[in-house]
Design a protein around this ligand. Structure first.
Ligand SMILES: Nc1nc2c(c(=O)[nH]1)N[C@H]1C(S)=C(S)[C@@H](COP(=O)(O)OP(=O)(O)OC[C@H]3O[C@@H](n4cnc5c(=O)[nH]c(N)nc54)[C@H](O)[C@@H]3O)O[C@H]1N2
Ligand SMILES: Nc1nc2c(c(=O)[nH]1)N[C@H]1C(S)=C(S)[C@@H](COP(=O)(O)OP(=O)(O)OC[C@H]3O[C@@H](n4cnc5c(=O)[nH]c(N)nc54)[C@H](O)[C@@H]3O)O[C@H]1N2
Ligand SMILES: [Mo]
Length: 797
């Protein structure tokens, strides 16, 4: 028995130590993992440029594995193009459609190829394998069966998924939903790939049915950004446009692994660097984007192996230390302003902002010692960062999950805005806040009404235009949906894309909650864990992918998406569908809606066959979508008007508002470490392509925990030693994963990093940010110790 158990604290075993260490999920929920390849883990620092030939080689490997050596690259030539092509489902970075740029990236190609696989998970496959058997497969093996080809229903008698007609599937959902005591007993999840038209129809169905239970992947992603920006500048989005990246004199990047997760950003960074702009990477890890890149569309550079730097300065705060760090920069700027009146933009502050004096006071009152302790960065380094900021006339600050998936994520984003406001870096060229969104249409989802807490004005318009009565009480977000599932208050879960079971926190607990459902329904392209962790009744509804031709009523249909910088444009699939039985997401939603609401006056059949008709209605409901059908057919689509960009701040005061949060103490104390979970290079969220993480130099290992060398030697650990990782929740409960391997890495002391989604097994459901509702995916308190051989007999065996 371990020491912790003898102290009487509750111990939850989330995986068994002696099993394959790559099966680290909950009991019955093995983790994502072992991609093909295998072999011993190895660690070799990556010192080559990003993108370029290394990327080409890596693409080649993935293509060869999917046996799609020609179609993938050919299809990518049709991606992100001006006339008719489809939007890359890879990420939300805007398309660069100027000139002859080949605006593609390594991970976009992998992503599209993943969708285009020639493999099919058809009738025979599901006849052969019971669900209990599939549960023992790795997540990689599940998705590797290829595309789903027709609707499936779970048959409890044979423990198998069996074919069902679309009509019967819709009827089953309709009946079950109508039989509920209240519409609030159902929840409707959205993953951020759903098109604008799909999103609008989905929320219309859900609200006409009578609930705002619309949890989405944003609840785990950029919720904090939306809330902070709304409070500070009156819009939930960034104000920066792609062209601004050509004007900025300094770019600060916080908490993003751009080379892996937004590779097209590298081109912008390289161009900015060539112009002489300063690029500061703020990240506990020095990620590959802080080095050099070979610009992929620059064939001359590729041929000559010519690399351009994409970073000029690295600052490595401790995990969760960004608020303190930015406060320090602001403090230094304000100190400089006492000597140099031009250090801050007094005119801007006076005309456009509110609560500056309060902010100045809190900066003065926040002691340097507190800033250094909170950020883990020395004051001289922070002053240098402030100099970079003051030397630049136009600064962009961009951020991603390292900032948002934190307890104080909202305060931190607001602090970023505070810093921008000090020098008027908002509402002009080359400057502003720029959240880097994740899923390719996650921003569009929100714009089109996927929101568990919608604005009254939006519901008013929806009612007026669509003739429905919209529910007014707020619905459940992702964490609260899980809690409601657990209590039995939500009995039906519909998943519009994504992989809910693996993406959410607390894998074991979430699985148990999901199994309590009366009905689970997933609209998906490939088999994943969420289909296996199912309710009493279960359906899998396979849909067309973004790359596939969508013909309804004899007419080719396009859908629209909105990128990270508020550009809306059309996307037309080009490929023959993976199966003739696949239906588009908008049409599936309309079918489900009609079956649920037989008397509805909404023209669901018309909407299903004519997306222009959907867009006409959207144009009447959504701000900024006036004349939608015409404007979206312009060559580059259109940009949704962004009032804050014009210095019109739709806040209570009508001005941009400074905020005054306290600097949090992020020291985990008690010899514990702070652990953040991240993606590897060869991964797309819950989809893992291989066990390699090229830019971090790690091969053949996903059960890795990156640690500071001194933290390792304190624990007597050497490279690849086996460790157990235990998280300590706020309520004191402990969750452990076993058989991880310690990987020495350049990361501040007291910090550690491992991979999502495997490490969700450690993340307590109750530990979310009260500011945003976001689970603390970048901030777990953990104990890491040498693997305990005496733990070979876990209690749940
Ligand atoms: N190829 C590929 N592209 C993707 C995805 C994918 O899985 N694969 N996912 C998409 C999605 S949905 C999203 S949301 C984005 C995610 O894009 P990222 O935000 O880049 O995703 P993560 O891998 O979680 O990396 C988070 C980064 O934050 C850093 N970090 C951790 N803690 C802190 C901290 O306290 N402070 C700071 N400053 N940094 C910190 C980590 O070291 C890491 O570099 O990418 C999108 N694009
Ligand atoms: N520990 C930890 N957990 C995290 C995170 C983290 O950083 N750390 N990040 C969080 C974030 S930012 C996000 S966005 C979530 C991601 O959560 P999700 O969006 O739920 O997960 P994905 O892995 O993107 O979903 C993959 C599945 O989408 C389906 N799919 C693919 N293409 C399509 C399509 O065109 N249509 C439909 N209907 N389905 C499709 C496939 O079946 C595939 O298996 O995970 C969150 N979870
Ligand atoms: Mo995301």
């Amino acid at each position: 028995m371990s020491a912790e158990q003898s102290t009487g604290e509750q111990e939850e075993r989330t995986a068994e130590p002696d099993r394959d260490p790559l099966s680290q999920g909950a009991p019955g929920v093995p983790a994502t993992g072992r991609g093909p390849g295998g072999g011993e883990p190895s660690l070799k620092p990556y010192d080559h440029p990003t993108a370029g030939w290394g990327a080409a080689l890596s693409v080649g490997k993935v293509l060869a594995r999917t046996r799609e050596p020609v179609e993938g690259p050919r299809a990518t030539l049709l991606m992100n193009h001006e006339n008719k092509g489809f939007d890359c489902p890879g990420c939300a970075w805007p398309d660069d459609r100027k000139g002859l740029h080949l605006d593609i990236c390594e991970n976009g190609i992998k992503h599209v190829t993943w969708e285009m696989t020639p493999k099919r998970a058809g009738k025979a496959f599901f006849a052969e394998h019971t669900v209990s058997e599939l549960e023992t497969w790795t997540d990689f093996a599940l998705e590797d069966q290829g595309r789903l080809v027709g609707p499936l229903v779970y048959d409890p008698g044979s423990d198998r998924y069996t074919p069902i007609s679309w009509e019967d599937a819709f009827a089953m959902v309709g009946e079950r939903l109508r039989s509920l005591d209240s519409p609030d007993q159902a929840a409707f999840y959205t993953s951020g790939r759903l098109s604008n038209e799909g999103s609008f129809l989905y929320q219309l169905w859900v609200r006409e049915f009578g609930t705002n239970n619309l949890p989405d992947c944003s609840n785990m992603c950029h919720e904090a950004s939306g809330r902070a920006l709304t409070a500070s500048i009156g819009t939930g989005k960034g104000t920066v446009m792609l062209d601004d990246w050509d004007q900025a004199e300094a770019v600060f990047l916080l908490g993003v692994n751009a080379a892996s997760n937004a590779p097209r950003m590298l081109t912008r960074l390289a161009e900015a660097h060539r112009r002489g702009a300063r690029i500061v990477h703020i990240n506990p890890l020095v990620e590959a984007a802080a080095g050099r890149t070979i610009v992929p569309h620059d064939f001359a550079a590729m041929a000559a192996f010519h690399a351009t730097p994409t970073g000029s300065m690295n600052v490595q705060p401790r995990i969760g230390g960004d608020l303190a760090l930015i406060r320090g920069v602001a403090k230094a700027v304000l100190e400089a302003a006492e000597r140099d009146p031009h250090a801050i933009d007094r005119e801007f502050i006076a005309r456009h902002t509110e609560a500056f004096e309060e902010y100045r006071r809190i900066c003065a009152e926040t002691e340097w010692a507190e800033i250094e302790h909170g950020s883990g960065v020395g004051r001289e380094r922070i002053r240098r960062l402030a100099d970079v900021y003051m030397e630049s006339r136009r600064t962009i600050i961009a951020w991603c999950l390292g900032v948002t998936q934190q307890e104080h994520g909202v305060d931190t984003v607001r602090e970023i805005v505070n810093l921008l406001l000090l020098r008027g870096n908002i509402g002009r060229e080359g400057a502003g806040p720029c959240p880097i969104r994740g899923h390719s249409n996650v921003q569009g989802n929100r714009t089109c009404g996927i929101d568990h807490h919608p604005k009254e004005a939006f519901l008013d318009r929806l009612e007026e235009v669509c003739g429905i009565t919209a529910p007014r009480s707020p619905g459940l977000d992702t964490v609260r949906t899980l809690e409601a599932l657990e209590r039995g208050d939500v009995k039906v879960l519909i998943g519009m894309g994504g992989n809910f079971a693996m993406a959410v926190p607390d894998t074991a607990r979430a699985a148990e909650a999901l199994r309590r459902c009366e009905l689970t329904v997933h609209v998906s392209t490939k088999l994943n864990r969420s289909h296996l962790v199912h309710g009493r009744e279960a359906l899998i509804l396979p849909c067309l992918g973004r790359s596939e031709r969508d013909v309804r009523a004899g007419t080719e249909q396009g859908v629209t998406v909105e990128d990270s910088m508020s550009m809306v444009h059309l996307s037309y699939g080009m490929k023959r569908p993976a199966s003739p039985h696949l239906v588009s997401e908008p049409a599936i939603i309309c079918g489900l809606a009609r079956a649920t609401l037989p008397e509805s006056a909404t023209p669901w059949e018309r909407y299903a066959d004519d997306y222009d008709a959907v867009r006409d209605t959207m144009g009447e409901v959504l701000d900024g979508f006036e004349d939608f059908n015409r404007r979206v057919r312009r060559p580059l689509g259109f940009r949704i008007a962004q009032p804050a960009r014009e210095r019109v701040f739709l806040t209570g005061s009508g001005k941009a508002e400074f905020s005054t949060a306290d600097v949090p103490d992020t020291d985990p104390g008690d010899g514990l470490l702070t652990l953040s979970t991240v993606r590897s290079h060869d991964q797309w969220n819950t989809t893992v392509y291989s066990d390699d993480d090229r830019y971090r130099g790690l091969s053949n290992l996903r059960t890795a925990v990156f640690m500071n060398r001194e933290d390792m030697s304190d624990r007597g650990l050497r490279e690849f030693d086996h460790v157990d990782v235990t998280s300590i929740a706020k309520d004191g409960r402990r969750r452990t994963v076993y058989g991880y391997r310690a990987v020495p890495y350049d990361i501040p002391r007291g910090c550690a990093t491992g991979y999502m989604p495997e490490m969700n097994a450690l993340l307590p459901l109750g530990d979310f940010s009260p500011q945003s509702g976001q689970p603390l995916m970048k901030h777990m308190r953990v104990e890491i110790r040498r693997a305990d051989p005496s733990a070979s007999d876990p209690p749940n065996k």
